[in-house]
Design a protein around this ligand. Structure first.
Ligand code: EPU
Length: 440
């Protein structure tokens, strides 16, 4: 087991390249199941969740090769079950339901339980797939789906669920006839999935709006050229927050600032100067951070996946910020750990009040979920900035497998920006950890 060690208080400065988006790469990899043959994908991030997805595809009979361009061979599906050990590691495995039913007529997926950030039901996925002609039964903790053939349907989602929209879309592309998904999620990752499906021969319009229309086709075929996965807007936003709390000057290249307007606007509210080009974004932080109000919403509103990171920014602001979490019911787990670093955060239900003092201090903390961990990294980078460098402590973060799920080369990227960050064996003592952190 390893831990992350961070000595804070250093200004982050420089340029890094964005990685491919986890939440686009996952459904796209699973969507390769729809078209028999060899698929090539570029810009797939190196993450634990991607390895889990490739294991899942492997279990279904679809081998893959990661380097140099990721290749997946979906010529044959020999097994149609996403087992508990993979689903429990990665909820997105439930996205295999739509493609397996559409291509194979049968799918067994272990029922995902609740997770750290909420109960996360999948009723909307099942409702949409049922409308397309699937039947489901729950046996032994598994969802067992069958269909004698999918037929297009009009589906009204109760809420714009990202995964639900993706699952239904992936099934509808091979259904006979016309489908409409209303109240669809509008996240950029849905657009990326739709673009990928279109390269396979799918007929989709309206992706990125709340009404997606699909004209089913009898079969899909892998594209001749590799598909390039979009860049990770949440990763980019995370590094910008790290720049903001350290009074830094951070540029992220090979990204799309148009899909992160709400995050950039919030960082501007907090006092940062933001400059964008077509494919890069720069944050310059001069002067103190200002408090702000934030409410998470489906895209194009402020993304829940950036809420924890902005909570760390609020803790370093001078004044009181308020944060409302409207997507998941339990997404303030970073608050308790951040309090150990001196943050003054009060959580009532889905509402947090952050009384920023402009300072945080180093501490040993525990990561609890992916974005909560990101907030702790940002806090640790800002910690002890008010004391001389040779007197600063070192923050240590345990359970960093959460970070490995979603941040490609986190330590390397932070070091490129001048962060004093290291990754060391859990048993190393503070002195070794400090050395690792300052050898950045
Ligand atoms: N919901 C239902 N029923 C459903 C589906 C969703 O009640 O059938 C509820 C959920 O419980 C939640 C809300 O609807 O309260 C939104 O959930 P959604 O389905 O949109 O989320 P998801 O597809 O499970 C994806 C991302 C999450 C991200 C959310 C919201 C992937 C693999 N995951 O999850 O990413 O937070 O959309 O944007 O795309 C992360 O990257 O850290 C992460 C958690």
């Amino acid at each position: 087991m390893e831990k992350l060690v961070i000595q804070g208080g250093y200004r982050l400065e420089g340029r890094i390249v964005a990685s491919g988006a986890k939440n686009a790469a996952l459904p796209i990899l699973i969507a390769t199941l729809l078209a028999p043959g060899e698929h090539r994908l570029a810009n797939v991030p190196d993450l634990a969740d991607i390895s889990s997805t490739l294991s899942l595809l492997g279990r279904l009979g679809c081998p893959s090769l990661v380097a140099p361009t990721l290749r997946v061979d979906t010529t044959r599906i020999t097994f149609c079950e996403a087992p508990y050990d993979i689903v429990s590691r990665m909820r997105a495995s439930v996205l295999a339901l739509g493609p397996l039913l559409a291509r194979h007529g049968e799918a067994i997926v272990s029922m995902p339980g609740g997770c750290a950030i909420g109960t996360r039901p999948i009723d909307q996925h099942l409702k949409g797939l049922e409308a397309l002609g699937c039947r489901f039964e729950l046996t032994g903790g598994n969802i067992h789906g069958r269909t004698d053939g999918l037929v297009g349907a009009e589906i009204d989602l109760d809420m714009p669920t990202v995964g639900g929209t993706e699952n239904i879309l992936m099934a509808a592309v091979l259904a006979e006839g016309h489908s409409v998904i209303r109240n669809a999620a509008r996240e950029p990752e849905i657009v990326d999935l739709a673009n990928f499906l279109t390269t396979l021969g799918a007929r989709i319009s309206g992706a990125g709006t709340s009404e997606i229309e699909v004209e089913g086709v009898p079969r899909l075929t892998p594209a001749s050229r590799p598909y390039r996965v979009m860049s990770d807007r949440i990763e980019v936003g995370t590094y910008l927050c790290a720049g903001a709390v350290t009074g830094g000057d951070v540029t992220v290249t090979q990204c799309d600032p148009r899909v992160m307007r709400s995050v950039l606007a919030k960082l501007s509210d907090a006092g940062a100067t933001i400059e964008t080009t077509d494919d890069s974004v720069r944050l310059v932080m001069e002067g103190p951070l200002r408090p702000f109000e934030l409410t998470t919403e489906p895209h194009p509103g402020f993304p829940t996946d950036m809420q924890a990171q902005l909570c760390a920014v609020a803790a370093m602001a001078e004044g009181t910020s308020t944060i409302n979490e409207r997507i998941f019911e339990n997404r303030f787990m970073h608050a308790a750990e951040m309090r150990r670093m001196g943050a003054n955060i009060t959580v009532t239900g889905n509402h947090a009040t952050v009384r920023g003092t402009g300072k945080l201090s180093s501490a040993t903390v525990m990561a609890s979920d992916l974005r909560a961990s990101a907030a702790l990294v940002i806090s640790a980078l800002a910690a002890d900035a008010d004391i001389p460098a040779d007197e600063r402590g070192v923050s240590q973060m345990r359970h960093i497998h959460h970070l490995d799920r979603g941040y490609d080369d986190l330590v390397g990227k932070l070091r490129t920006l001048g962060g004093h960050v290291g990754r060391v064996a859990d048993e190393l003592d503070d002195l070794d950890a400090l050395r690792a952190a300052t050898e950045a």
